[in-house]
Write a protein that binds this ligand. Structure first.
Ligand code: PGA
Length: 233
């Protein structure tokens, strides 16, 4: 089981260090891989504070070129140099607000993997797409552009469940994960309003291999509670 905390645009370096110090002290279950995904400016602090632990530090994005004229972007070798273990790509907020497409997501994933980073690639349908009965087609399209890799994990995040307090039912998550796995044989995380009190039920589904957690990962006790709920499921 992999539990990844996506901090989004929260926690500068000092808050990140405080969180990571507390996480170091927490009693995390051995059968759960815990990962934190701080914003770029807090990555160095997180890597240093978590050095010598099994807790991974991931970025939230990564460009497909190694260097060049791409203002505002960061590349895989730069992340590697910091000691970052992996990166998220294709989060729906990137797709919605920053023009990310299936093609750019695939390029980012491919380049990060080629440079030795682990990747969490996000897919998921909008509410309108679900209502129109397009969920399966959208998931197939978004997943088909990715290439299987031992270091690739997909996160199924229905856009209507992100930050809304609405979650997919465990059955909906299971069905979506089966669709993704039929296209690409990789572990699939569920994301979208995962909290300590709904994590166990979602993670008990056979096709659910972990969670990508936003809001509930910002508080160390709540993040640790989700990691504990994931243990033995
Ligand atoms: P949420 O975010 O847990 O706050 O819904 C999940 C995500 O966007 O990764």
């Amino acid at each position: 089981m992999l539990i990844a905390g996506n901090w989004k645009m929260a926690k500068g370096p000092s808050e990140a260090a405080a969180f990571c110090r507390a996480l170091r002290e927490a009693d995390l279950p051995d059968d759960v891989d815990a990962v934190v995904c701080p914003p770029f400016t807090s990555l160095a602090e997180a890597v240093q504070t978590l050095a010598g632990t099994e807790i991974g530090v991931f970025a939230q994005n990564c460009h497909w070129e190694r260097e060049g004229a791409f203002t505002g972007e960061v590349s895989a070798p730069m992340l590697r140099e910091l000691g970052v273990y992996g990166t998220i790509v294709g989060h729906s907020e990137r797709r919605q607000w920053f023009g990310e497409t299936d093609e750019t997501v695939a390029k980012r994933a491919g380049a990060a993997l080629a440079d030795g980073l682990h990747v969490i690639a996000c897919v998921g349908e909008t509410e309108a797409e679900r209502e129109a009965g397009e969920t399966e087609a959208v998931l197939r399209r978004q997943t088909a552009v990715l290439e299987a890799d031992d270091n690739l994990v997909v996160a199924y995040e229905p856009v209507w469940a992100i930050g809304t307090g609405k979650t997919a039912t465990p059955e909906m998550a299971h069905e979506a994960h089966e669709v993704i796995k039929s296209v690409l044989d990789v572990p699939v995380l569920y994301g979208g309003s995962v909290k300590p009190d709904n994590a166990a039920e979602l993670l008990a589904q056979g096709a659910v291999d972990g969670a990508l957690v936003g809001g509930a990962s910002l508080d160390v006790d709540s993040f640790v509670a989700i990691c504990r709920a994931a243990s033995h499921s």
